[in-house]
Write a new protein. Structure first.
Length: 264
């Protein structure tokens, strides 16, 4: 068994997944980079992890496929003989405004659930025994959508609520050998968000979010990666937690009085 620890990060070609894989590499982990479509970006993510000192595997696979999930875990174990961390980051959505239900159908729900919920479960199931052997950790990348009922679409909101509930169940089931937690970001300034709504709308939404959130900031991919790393490496007494990374938006938001106005 390798002395270096090993991790799988699903959906790690770009955004939060790429930032998390790179930070794990910097901390001495060998990393499996997973992607489904973004091949060029996945190669760039792998190169960055290698430059940081990691041995890497690049595996194309759709987490909605149980066979692909099992193949990822098998590849990691064949290469490193161990698995210490699983980050379920792969996720999809559809951008449909609140109340525009006629734009949704069962297929939209089924595809989003297949990736966001079933995919995360299938990865945990495939990795469970290896994680038990190492005393490892699982971090599910969820969203404030799952706890606040706000987000890009109803199926996305519902899927992240399911991820949060599943995190609690898995934390109980895999204890005491494996810790299972989730991070729940709010708005993240990544390509995934910008491509989904368009650059102009993204800037407006970001400005509105920062106006409302108590900390007056949206999160970066690196902000989320930092929290994931803490849950893997530092939070030894923590399991079954959903960590909000939303600038305080879950507190209900705030209204800022312009500096020129008289305070109440």
């Amino acid at each position: 068994m390798s002395e270096r620890k090993a991790a799988i990060v699903t959906g790690s070609a770009t955004g939060v997944g790429a930032a998390t894989a790179l930070e794990l590499a910097r901390r001495g982990y060998d990393v499996l980079i997973n992607y489904s479509r973004s091949e060029q970006e996945a190669h760039a993510s792998e190169a960055a992890c290698r430059a940081a000192g990691a041995d890497t595997l690049l595996v194309r696979g759709d987490v909605a496929s149980d066979a692909d999930c099992r193949a990822m875990v098998e590849a990691a174990l064949a290469r490193w003989k161990r698995l210490d961390a699983l980050v379920n980051n792969a996720g999809i959505t559809t951008f449909v405004g609140a109340g525009q239900w006629d734009a949704l159908d069962a297929e939209a729900f089924q595809r989003i659930y297949a990736v966001n919920v079933i995919g995360a479960f299938q990865m945990v199931r495939a990795a469970a025994e290896a994680l038990k052997s190492s005393g490892g950790a699982v971090v599910n990348v969820s969203s404030i959508a799952g706890s606040l009922g706000i987000g890009s679409s109803v199926p996305y909101v519902a899927s992240k609520g399911a991820v949060n509930s599943m995190t609690l169940h898995l934390a109980r089931t895999l204890a005491p050998k494996v810790r299972v937690n989730a991070v729940c970001p709010g708005l993240i300034t990544t390509r995934w968000f910008v491509d989904g709504v368009g650059a102009e709308a993204a800037e407006k939404l970001k400005a509105g979010y920062e106006q409302m959130s108590p900390l007056a900031r949206a999160s970066s991919a690196e902000d989320v990666a930092d929290a994931v790393i803490w849950l893997i490496e530092g939070a030894r007494s923590t399991t079954g937690e959903m960590i909000h990374l939303d600038g305080g938006m879950h507190l209900g938001g705030t209204i800022r009085v312009p500096s020129a106005a008289s305070p109440l």
